[in-house]
Design a protein around this ligand. Structure first.
Ligand SMILES: Cc1ncc(COP(=O)(O)O)c(C=O)c1O
Length: 359
């Protein structure tokens, strides 16, 4: 078996011990005689899995009691739609910060439902920086403020989060549990699981309970957060496999020292790469320094041909997933929690060699 270094932006690398445990439990989950995918989601065995998954998330993120933790289908994209459907009134408005491609998708969904104020737009900087907090022109009567805390495609993040009068809602898909945050600063946090915490198709939602009560009566039951809170993440048949993997990933994280330990590791890994990118103008890092993501590192080379050569040769050297998103091109190295430091070191060594031959 040859596992390569997987720099994919998502679905992304999972911790090897998690994959091995899932493999060993695949045919007979803890003496049940069946796999986790084959058993009732209402049985005792699965109940213990989903409860443990929730407990792990609560512990890792230090989530207060007045927040619900939900596992919902449809990934983060479904949340783009559910948020305005639940919280944006026809008579009201919501503030959205436009930091790049994922913020844009959230804005597009919200505009179908109601009035959106784009309170900052990074267009003039090609979406390569996050706003400084005083730049946000927040509205006094917004129902909520939406941000994408880490733009996976541009490779930028909010170095700090705005304190907003209206509840702050953050798409943390590409940085969930990669840095220590204070959940109390947010009305809601959500993330597609497929980068830091599990397989795709599953969204983790952390929602202040009182916030859920704001959904209009006209909204179909399935799309109301309150519905999923009442039968905790079991209103529909959940993606039992994805929740099980999330449970294993969060257990692994706990064993490895929790979010604070991962934040330190992630910063160290990102520094290795940014230091190399800053060392010579052969490399052209994209994100503005103060907004650099520690999850998705993006850069350009002198030409698209050279970028294509870099990606191809890196692949030959056992490094996959380095091609930038098709909408922006360039190079992108996604180095999530489970991505090993050895992989970053291998990439840096490859970059030096590539520069020597092509510089
Ligand atoms: C920041 C961010 N938000 C939302 C999404 C969409 O997630 P999903 O495909 O799970 O709907 C992605 C996917 O890559 C993302 O990176």
């Amino acid at each position: 078996m040859a596992r390569i270094f997987n720099f994919s932006a998502g679905p992304a690398v999972l911790p090897l011990p998690v994959l091995e445990q899932a493999q060993s439990e695949m045919l007979d989950y803890q003496g049940s005689g069946m796999s986790i995918m084959e058993m009732s989601h209402r049985g005792k065995t699965y109940d213990a899995v989903i409860k443990a998954a929730e407990a792990n998330v609560r512990k890792l993120m230090n989530i207060p009691e007045d927040y619900s933790v939900l596992f919902l289908p449809g990934g983060a994209s479904q949340q783009f739609a559910m948020i305005p459907l639940n919280f944006l009134r026809a008579s009201g408005s919501a503030d959205y910060v436009h930091t790049g491609s994922w913020a844009a998708k959230a804005i597009k969904e919200a505009r179908i439902v109601g009035k959106v104020n784009v309170v900052w737009d990074g267009r003039n900087d090609d979406y390569l920086r996050a706003p400084k907090l005083p730049e946000l022109a927040l509205s006094p009567d917004a129902s909520y403020v939406h941000i994408c805390s880490n733009e996976t495609i541009g490779g930028i993040r909010f170095p700090e989060f705005p304190k907003t009068p209206a509840p702050l809602i953050a798409d943390m898909s590409s940085e969930i549990m990669s840095r220590v945050i204070d959940v109390d600063d947010f009305g809601m946090i959500y993330a597609g699981a497929q980068k830091n915490i599990g397989p795709s198709g599953l969204a983790l939602v952390v929602l202040r309970k009182e916030q859920a009560e704001r959904a209009p009566e006209s909204l179909s039951l399935f799309f109301r957060y309150a519905t999923h809170m009442k039968e905790p993440s079991l209103y529909n048949t959940p993606n039992t496999w994805a929740v099980y993997i999330l449970k294993l990933v969060t257990e692994w994280m706990e064993k490895e020292g929790g979010v604070a330990a991962f934040e330190r590791r992630n910063e160290a890994k990102a520094k290795l790469l940014y230091d190399e990118l800053d060392a010579s103008d052969f490399w052209k890092p994209c994100a503005e320094k103060g907004s650099r993501s520690i999850m998705n590192v993006t850069w350009r080379l002198a030409s698209e041909d050279l970028e294509a050569k870099f990606v191809k040769e890196a692949q030959g050297a056992g490094m996959d997933g380095l091609k930038g998103h098709r909408s922006v091109g360039g190079i992108r190295a996604s180095i999530y929690n489970a991505f090993p430091e050895a992989g970053v070191k291998a990439l840096v060594a490859f970059m030096r060699e590539f520069q020597r031959r092509n510089g």
